[in-house]
Design a protein around this ligand. Structure first.
Ligand code: T4K
Length: 410
């Protein structure tokens, strides 16, 4: 397994000799990424690839896809699972199969795909502010955005932490709206003891390489609604009902067999992935605990969590360095911490130039987006790497004045 390597100077001295942002050599000799894939057993994967080649069945509802769909539905506790080529297409297909049109309410503090999946098919995403405690869509802010054109709500379980599903369900029922979830981050997480996947009309998982469970590229929609699952299954394959009959407008959303093989092997390793992520999360938590103005986004210990995101909030009133200064410090050390999901969808094109962006008043989204940084974790990140990253934070806080002067060019 590839590991992030410490530079010889660190290994020799065993203590932090200086910061790269102030001219010292970087702490890491290789870049340490957020989103390094978790990998299952290689031999099991290669054996599945051999089976696939022997069968000459490479795509379109192959046996690995069927096996994956059955296992995912079982794990999540839903009746139907439709595997797709990625979560963006899965969101598009779900929105279309649910007949969403006009305006759909979404948080802006999410990956841009949540908004694009709607806009791509002529639905206007209307951005709603988040609850700063959960980083998820704020139920108290939803109703003021509902108009005669609103047809639905898409909640996003950001970082794998659940939306207030009961509140969203009640609002949707009150206004006769459809609601479903972008659960791209939330595979293998639970809410109120129920696995995420069974809430709303349907839920969409991502199995992109950077996700907790990966299939290279991939996604799935899970639902308890048989008709919806049937429509999505047809739409995933151009709308074909049989060899020559098309009933719906469709697209090519099929997952291929090699991606399904990867997902199946990843599924076998799920407990290991969770254990490693949790171990890293707890090590970061201990390592950053004493530092002023830093807080880690927490996971409810009574629920199932995948711990895939190590999210630090930097309070600019308390921490001696701001989020973006810390990002510069970390990048100089080759730790590619990310500003997910800055600046918010409403501040990106095309939305910032459309009424959905220009009319948006989202103070909590903007505040949280300016404070959050995401740190590397997963199988490729050792406890030694976590300890070094925490040491970089400590050194940076000790030399905050010098760093600020250097970064501002004084
Ligand atoms: N909804 C939400 C809430 C999402 O977060 C996402 C995706 C979606 C919907 C849509 O799901 P998909 O259609 O992708 O299934 C990434 C991913 O592309 C995206 O899947 C993900 N969310 C988003 C949060 O992050 P980038 O631009 O940060 O990814 P990328 O490809 O630059 O990778 C990040 C880092 O990971 C790289 O710098 C290096 C490392 N990496 C990446 C890949 C692909 C590896 O080490 N190996 C790899 O194979 O967007």
């Amino acid at each position: 397994m590839p590991r992030s390597k410490l530079t010889p100077r660190t290994r020799r001295s065993g203590r932090h000799p200086g910061l790269a942002v102030l001219g010292a050599p970087p702490m890491f000799s290789e870049r340490v990424h957020v989103g390094r894939p978790n990998l299952g057993d290689r031999r099991a994967f290669l054996s599945r690839v051999a089976d696939m080649l022997n069968r000459r069945w490479l795509s379109n509802d192959g046996p690995f896809v069927k096996e994956l769909e059955a296992r995912l539905a079982d794990l999540v506790g839903v009746k139907h699972c439709v595997a797709m080529c990625n979560a963006t297409i899965a969101l598009e297909i779900a929105a279309r199969a649910l007949d969403l049109r006009g305006e759909v309410l979404v948080p802006s503090f999410t990956f841009i795909a949540t908004a694009h999946a709607l806009q791509w098919q002529g639905i206007t995403p209307v951005f709603v502010d988040i609850d700063p405690r959960t980083h998820n869509i704020d139920p108290a802010a939803i109703e003021r955005h509902i108009t005669a054109r609103t047809t639905g709500i898409v909640g996003v379980h950001l970082w794998g932490r659940p939306c207030d599903t009961a509140a969203l369900e009640a609002i949707a029922a009150r206004h006769n709206l459809t609601h479903f979830y972008d659960a791209a981050h939330a595979f293998a997480c639970s809410h109120g003891g129920r696995m995420i996947g069974g809430f709303g009309a349907c839920e969409v998982f991502s199995f992109h390489a950077t996700k907790f469970l990966n299939s290279f590229e991939g996604g799935a929609v899970v639902t308890n609604d048989a008709d919806l699952a049937h429509r999505m299954r047809l739409m995933r394959n151009f709308g074909f009902v049989d060899y020559d009959r098309v009933d719906y407008i469709g697209t090519n959303g099929k997952m291929n067999e090699i991606c399904a093989a990867m997902a199946l092997v990843s599924l076998d390793a799920l407990p290991d992935f969770i254990a490693i992520n949790r171990r890293n999360f707890e090590a970061y938590s201990r390592g950053l605990r004493e530092l002023p103005g830093l807080s880690l986004v927490r996971y409810d210990p009574t629920e199932r969590n995948n711990y895939q995101y190590v999210v630090v909030e930097v309070d600019p009133a308390v921490a001696p360095l701001h989020r973006d200064e810390l990002i510069s410090v970390l990048h100089a050390e080759r730790v590619l911490a990310r500003r997910y999901f800055w600046p918010g969808c409403h501040r990106m094109e095309p939305y910032r130039s459309l009424p959905s962006g220009t009319d948006a008043r989202l103070p909590e989204t903007e505040r949280v987006a300016s404070r959050v940084l995401v740190l590397p974790t997963g199988q490729g990140v050792t406890l030694g790497t976590v300890a070094t990253i925490c040491e970089i934070f400590r050194s940076a806080f000790d030399r905050a004045g010098q760093i600020r002067a250097r970064l501002s060019g004084q």
